[in-house]
Write a protein that binds this ligand. Sequence first.
Ligand SMILES: Nc1ncnc2c1ncn2[C@@H]1O[C@H](COP(=O)(O)OP(=O)(O)OP(=O)(O)O)[C@@H](O)[C@H]1O
Length: 444
Amino acid sequence: VEQGRSCVFLTSTRNSKQMEAGRVNGTIQYCAHTNCCAGFFKLIRGQPVAELQGCNPVVGDCPDNACFTSTTNYNYITCVCNSNLCNGNITWNPEEKQPQLKHSSYFVDMVSATVVVIGMLLCTLVVAVKCRHRFRGYEEKQHLSLPEIVGRGHSASVWQGSYQGNTVAVKVFPSWCRREFTAEREVYGLPHLVNSGIAHFLGAGRKSDSGECVVVLELASCGSLSSFLSRNTSDWTTTLNLALSLSEGLAYLHSDFYRHGVHKPAVAHRDLSSNNVLVREDGTCALCDFGCSTILRSCSGPQSWQRYMGNIQGRVQVGTLCYMAPELLDGCVNLTSGWCLIQGDVYALGMLLWEMLMRCSDLFTGCLVSDHRLPYEEELGASPSLEQLIIHVSERRERPSVPKHWEKGLHDVLLDCWDHDSDARLTAQCARDRLVSLPPCCSI
Ligand SMILES: Nc1ncnc2c1ncn2[C@@H]1O[C@H](COP(=O)(O)OP(=O)(O)OP(=O)(O)O)[C@@H](O)[C@H]1O
């Protein structure tokens, strides 16, 4: 887990002073000595082009959260700021002649460029699809390089794209899903929200032509957890790797701390499901889709979450039904209590762990591993109604069936995540610690 500030990193040469400012991983620099990110941009034909981005190598203050630019001389602008990756999203107004320049759209332009490229690829797709109808059978030999849609949710579609030479995922929100976009961008933009268990955020912007908003993320090559589990069974090591990274990501999301004087508030995800967890090439999980999330800004620990009566956006039940805790299903929970929302996430974590474990071949030696199923799918079918779930989960207190031969410790992690009594549930951090202390696979 990286500590401290992380900044967008770019340098055309291996500038030694910049390299000393912190460890570099791809397009991110983790600052060793500072809380400030900086960007240095050359104006080429009136447009800022990044020359150097990273942790600020110069000791100094950076009071602003966002990267407001100021001119250094006629041809250059610079900015410093104090939130994670803030130097990737400068504000720039070419009309502004004052030294204190505001509202640049450099980054938005970069994103727009990505979207334009995707748009062009989409046109290619449309043409290709037309051709496919016209020349049936022809496309097989052509190996057409088509843009790939990697997923679709209720509010957005997710495309594979290219940004600064990296392959990325571009989540495109139609203009009527502004609320989801704003909520998601707000969570990804929180200070210190960089963790290996959370999808890596690269930026956000808006297309000037259509008004569609985009969020740029790392591309998780194995897709959603749901599609990963549908395609694969896993051995114990792989399953544990998935389970640990997921619970670590959730524990980090729920954590509330100050670092370098900057507050990382707890965040309740509120829509955990195997469609909203991604799987990377290395078999680790990353949380995504924060469109329903709630930032518990005013708190510093569970006790204040309990009393939290702040401005929770959309105080309505949200989430995917079969992952919803009994108290959320029957609506007898105070949705303004941050703690309740956190406990709801832990119930969903229990469901996700169950889904993973049910596809672990080492837990079913000598028998066939069943196909991937959603929680309660076996009992209630693939899309149970709210009423069915209230009766099954809340009134009858049923839970997904756990094979009797599984080791007690494993059983208990699940039971303690999805306990009917929300106060008795584990925290995500405890679930993670319990998973770490499980005996090796052979004794399970
Ligand atoms: N970074 C990514 N890398 C690879 N695939 C992704 C990525 N982000 C999203 N996806 C795919 O796109 C799907 C939809 O993404 P996401 O859940 O973020 O959209 P949504 O519209 O907010 O969904 P929901 O219906 O839950 O509101 C995911 O289930 C996943 O399959």
